[in-house]
Design a protein around this ligand. Structure first.
Ligand code: F0G
Length: 470
């Protein structure tokens, strides 16, 4: 424990310290290039951290997607790949793992989360229908729009307030949903798009109570609920910690109960499920399964591999089992909160409470002198990289994109820079280095001059847009 940490993890959360339930067996060297080289690299990347080469990055907090370290068991599983084109035994292991831990009936494998989003959107949404959900996610909403749907945000208001300390800021506001059903009619609602945790709100959780009440409301109107289960295991940790009656219930049991209130789920297995590539769609309805399983052969691959190699499916099946281990989830979320705790103690504005997968810096409060058109969160990500080689990403105006009907910018309430922590990859010392760099950038905040966008791609512009300094 270094001297500069204000409190150890144990002190911070009222118990003796504990550590990750693993030790490191293999390491990958990283290094920091010079400040001059980082300046140059940022200009060449058009001030977009997605356009940096990873060799030029020191600590990579761009995303927790596909960046986890696999266990020795998962690597052993990679050697057991059955690479048959059809009916690979690894597929059946995967199906069994999903049915055991998530509890859905029918499984369609996909290459990653957006492959599953594509299938469910095309299979269920009819042109002109609405898709209410607890805040948008970039790829999810785009697939819903491409299928002819209109996403409607029905998350609780607190989700849009980075200072609100509510325990379950990912909850659906059932009054907002009820009003939408009344206004457009239940027939015009394709399904409720429920995500746990809510990425764009800062990794905020949904309560079990909210899921239960949502089920009741939807049953009354015959509306389906599909879950974005990408970070649902982390959501279950917050239920265990914060919701009455769950303190002694294992994560695995909480997960099974929560999924039981929904009709199916899509999954980016690159997050919770601890693999570098993979995804799945799971549904209980035969007709939706039939449609998705037929479509997967057009876009992903045969319905028993969906774009994954046999070995990938084996590593994923094992990853699912490891992902619901209580000690694993607790150390994962608490590492994120350790970083958040340091920044909070230094008065750096971040989204509170700290969520499951990332610390979100509040660029609006950090750079009050910049307008949203000067891209404060994009600016902050660039400044942080230049300071220390730490790579983060923008989750604000650039990510929100344009309204497809009007072509206007969407200007979200939240203008955030995300420090996303890969699972089982970095140590507490890495978190200290990151926190100290954020503090330096925060201390120099008055000097930040903002950016202008000089190249804007049509879809998901945050991945490929280019900027210049103002
Ligand atoms: N849903 C959520 C909540 C996600 O965070 C992501 C991806 C997806 C769906 C799409 O899955 O990437 O496997 O196709 N999020 C990554 C991130 C990219 O950095 O947050 P995918």
């Amino acid at each position: 424990m270094s001297e500069k940490t204000p409190k150890t993890m144990g002190q911070q959360f009222g118990r003796r310290s504990w550590a990750e339930p693993w030790k490191i067996k293999m390491v990958e060297p990283i290094h920091m290039i010079s400040r001059e080289q980082r300046e140059q690299a940022m200009v060449e990347a058009g001030f977009n951290t997605f356009l940096l080469r990873s060799d030029d990055v020191y600590i990579d907090l761009l995303t927790d997607s596909g960046t986890s370290a696999m266990s020795d068991r998962q690597w052993a599983g990679m050697m057991l790949g059955d690479e048959a084109y059809a009916g690979s035994r690894n597929f059946y292991h995967l199906v069994e793992a999903i049915q055991t831990y998530y509890g859905y009936k029918h499984i369609v494998p996909t290459h990653q989360g957006r492959g599953a989003e594509h299938l469910i959107s095309q299979a269920v949404i009819k042109k002109g229908q609405y898709v209410p959900g607890n805040m948008y996610f970039t790829t999810t909403r785009l697939h819903q729009e491409l299928a002819g749907g209109t996403f409607v945000d029905v998350i609780v208001d607190a989700a849009h307030d980075p200072t609100s300390l509510r325990k379950f800021k990912g909850n659906i506001d059932l009054d907002k949903l009820g009003a939408l059903i009344e206004r457009v009619g239940a027939d015009q609602i394709a399904y409720v798009s429920l995500a746990g945790t809510v990425n764009m709100a800062g990794g905020q959780p949904v309560s079990m109570e909210n899921a239960r009440q949502l089920r009741e409301l939807c049953d009354k109107h015959g509306i389906l609920i599909y879950l974005d289960a990408t970070r649902m295991v982390e959501n279950c940790f917050f239920i265990q910690e914060r919701e009455e009656g769950y303190a002694h219930v294992p994560i695995a049991a909480i997960l099974k109960e929560f999924c039981g209130y929904t009709d199916g789920a899509w999954m980016s297995a690159k997050k919770d499920n601890l693999v570098n590539i993979g995804g799945w769609l799971a549904v209980n309805q035969e007709e939706v399964f039939d449609a998705a399983r037929n479509m997967v052969v057009i876009y992903e691959g045969l319905h028993t591999y969906g774009g994954m190699a046999g070995r990938d499916m084996e590593a994923l099946a094992i990853g699912i089992t490891e992902s619901v281990d209580d000690d694993h989830v607790r150390t994962r979320v608490n590492q994120v909160r350790y970083l958040g705790g340091l920044l909070t103690s230094w008065n750096v504005p971040i989204v509170q409470p700290v969520g499951g997968h990332a610390v979100f810096l509040d660029a609006k409060r950090m750079y009050p002198h910049l307008t949203q058109d000067q891209f404060p969160a994009q600016t902050l990500a660039a400044e942080l990289y230049i300071d220390s080689g730490v790579r983060s990403m923008e989750r604000g105006n650039v990510s929100a994109g344009r309204d497809p009907n009007t072509g206007n910018n969407r200007y979200p309430a939240l203008e955030l820079t995300r420090l996303t922590i890969p699972r089982r990859v970095y140590t507490q010392a890495h978190m200290d280095v990151v926190a100290e760099s954020v503090k330096t950038v925060y201390d120099n905040r008055a000097n930040a001059s903002g950016l202008k966008m000089v190249y804007e791609p049509k879809y998901l512009r945050f991945f490929q847009a280019r900027f210049e300094r103002l």
